[in-house]
Design a protein around this ligand. Structure first.
Ligand SMILES: Cc1cc2nc3c(=O)[nH]c(=O)nc-3n(C[C@H](O)[C@H](O)[C@H](O)COP(=O)(O)OP(=O)(O)OC[C@H]3O[C@@H](n4cnc5c(N)ncnc54)[C@H](O)[C@@H]3O)c2cc1C
Length: 408
């Protein structure tokens, strides 16, 4: 038996998935992470694992691969509140599972820690706080490098029942969306900025004010969190013998930033590629790249439409649900390549993405962080100013702020 050890850079979702598959196949695997623990890039944020870009239920897919979704806490949702730009709220729903909410971070029930336990049980050796050169690694799973978009959120105590709202609103979340997630007494209100802003906390304050006005939250702030997303399409996924997975490989959802499913899937496929069970490059191009390209085309359109387009999209979503009896059908359609998106792709590539060479020699088409627009400058409402002051008080009393403008 070949006893060559495998080395993986990054103990996040993609790196740990790859490590577990390799170790389950009897390989010696070492994973290196610059941070002190898996999930330390996050701070208790809720994230949704989508169930719409591919037909099989994602947890069934994970089980088929030998991964164990019951190693971390998750809450399934089949319905959300959809807040249109004119504040109308409707309810897309499905008979199956639309998505599952998981927590990111270093607490035991977080997905990062579940994946870590799975890897360790399989025999993987994880080395935290270690800076390893990518040249010495077989799989690069080091997450995002640059910022194409950012998200800022506040985590709080609440007595509101479990709930998710998705809001399309170009003022509160420039070019993107905001969300409210409540799981077992803990809430997260987050706004995503797809245009780069100064004084970004005003977006979060105003977004919180919007949600407080509509939901009985009884909000008691705990901490503020956030992070960046890196959106780029590389020319190759295997470069100089190294396999690039997850966000380090540009495998992200350009439209919403739902990168977890791609991260785990690409980690598994890279391991299978190394084990000779598939051709990683081909498999990524067949399974994930059409989805990534569709999401990039949708992003291109979203960048152009503003609130009027968001309103039309939200209305069309509800009309489609009425017709087909399933709110997920619209989301599946958004990610299906189709002739229109295929025709648009050359324009998207030319006008939205910028070709660049990375320090490791890879050539990627990167989506730069868009500049702010004139309409992004507005005065905060009195309620938002009060929320900002409340956060200042909570922060001074020791609350944690894990992501700021300077991290972008
Ligand atoms: C605020 C926010 C909200 C999000 N919400 C969602 C959501 O709702 N749904 C969803 O699907 N996705 C969401 N995403 C995206 C999702 O988190 C990522 O796409 C996913 O975690 C990518 O997995 P990964 O394995 O590529 O990277 P990660 O899981 O981030 O892991 C990368 C690891 O590499 C380590 N690392 C970095 N540099 C080095 C280095 N030089 N050497 C060694 N190790 C290194 C890091 O410490 C980290 O542990 C969100 C992202 C953010 C920032």
């Amino acid at each position: 038996m070949d006893n060559t050890p495998f080395h993986i850079l990054g103990a996040g979702l993609s790196g740990l998935s790859a490590a577990t598959i390799l170790a389950n196949a009897g390989k010696e695997v070492h994973v290196y992470d610059v941070r002190k623990d898996s999930g330390a890039r996050f701070d208790g944020d809720f994230q949704g694992i989508e169930n719409w870009t591919s037909a099989p239920d994602f947890f069934d897919e994970m089980k088929q691969w030998g991964l164990k979704p019951d190693y971390f806490k998750s809450n399934s949702f089949d319905v959300v509140d959809l807040a249109h730009p004119d504040d109308v709220i409707t309810r897309p729903k499905t008979e199956s599972i639309a998505f599952r909410v998981v927590e990111r971070g270093t607490d035991e029930h977080c997905i990062d820690q579940g994946m870590k336990r799975m890897a360790i049980e399989a025999g993987v050796k994880i080395h935290y706080g270690v800076r390893k050169s990518p040249d010495e690694c077989d799989i690069i799973a080091a997450g995002p490098k640059e910022s194409s978009a950012v998200a800022f959120g506040e985590i709080f105590h609440t007595d509101h029942p479990n709930h998710v709202t998705l809001q399309l609103n170009d003022k509160l979340a420039p070019g993107a969306y905001s969300y409210l997630i409540i799981i077992d007494g803990i809430g997260l209100i987050c706004t995503c900025l797809w245009r780069k802003q100064k004084k970004s906390s005003r977006y979060l304050n105003e977004t919180i004010a919007w949600y407080e006005d509509r939901y009985e939250l009884n909000r008691k702030p705990i901490k503020r969190v956030g992070g960046k997303g890196d959106f780029s399409l590389p020319k190759k996924y295997v470069h100089k013998g190294r396999y690039y997975v997850g966000e380090a490989g540009g495998l992200q959802d350009f439209m919403w930033g739902f990168g977890m499913r791609y991260a785990i899937t690409s980690g598994v496929l890279a391991a299978k590629g190394i084990l000779g069970e598939c051709n990683y490059e081909l498999e990524i191009r067949k399974r994930l790249i059409p989805l990534v390209k569709s999401s990039a085309t949708n992003r291109f359109l979203l960048n152009r439409i503003g609130d009027r387009g968001f309103k039309l999209a939200a209305r069309y979503w509800m009309w489609d649900q009425k017709r087909k009896g399933d709110g997920l059908a619209f989301l599946r359609w958004l990610y299906s390549p189709g002739i229109f998106r295929k025709l648009l792709w050359p324009i998207v590539k030319l006008s939205m993405l910028k070709k660049k060479e990375l320090p490791d020699g890879r050539v990627v088409n990167h989506m730069p962080f868009r500049k702010a627009l004139k309409r992004d400058i507005w005065e905060q409402s009195p309620a938002a100013l009060e929320i900002g002051k409340q956060w200042d008080r909570v922060r001074k009393s020791g609350a944690h702020l894990s992501f700021t403008e300077s991290d972008t």
